[in-house]
Ligand binder design. Structure first.
Ligand SMILES: *[C@@H]1O[C@H](CO)[C@@H](O)[C@H](O)[C@H]1NC(C)=O
Length: 128
């Protein structure tokens, strides 16, 4: 029983040493906003709401929520390997409607913004 406990604690401390997880800081958020612009068909991110980055054997995993200019909230994951390759995926809520949407001026502005943009998807993934 006791050796189980010790083994468990050892395993736990190994995991703790090998992978480090922390909240995103300002620099991470600026970096992610830039990376999202490279994602195929992804909506334009205006803000990173919250997230965490886990580092494991020099590979990084970003798990975060970003906001788009129409008020949607998108869950995203980006894995970056040690050699710089990686993959990303995102999923945006389609049900979210902001109160401002009933406002005529806002609707026109949205239409205008949309007109200048390539079509976006509610979810997707890709590699880099
Ligand atoms: C980069 O690293 C990943 C994971 O370690 C590996 O699957 C991939 O083949 C590597 N790519 C290159 C170009 O070295």
């Amino acid at each position: 029983m006791r050796s189980h406990l010790i083994r468990g604690l050892l395993l736990l401390s190994c995991i703790f040493v090998l992978s480090e997880s922390r909240s995103l800081n300002r620099k991470d958020k600026i970096y992610l906003l830039k990376r999202i612009t490279e994602w195929d068909n992804a909506p334009e991110a205006v803000k990173i709401a919250k997230g965490r980055v886990t580092t494991k054997h020099k590979a990084k995993k970003y798990k975060f929520v970003f906001k788009t200019d129409d008020g949607s909230s998108c869950n995203a994951v980006m894995n970056v390997n040690k050699n710089g390759t990686g993959r990303y995926s995102w999923e945006c809520d389609s049900t979210h409607k902001s109160d401002e949407e009933s406002d005529e001026h806002y609707k026109m502005r949205r239409r205008h913004l949309r007109g200048n943009k390539k079509p976006t998807e509610l979810e997707g993934s890709g590699e880099f």
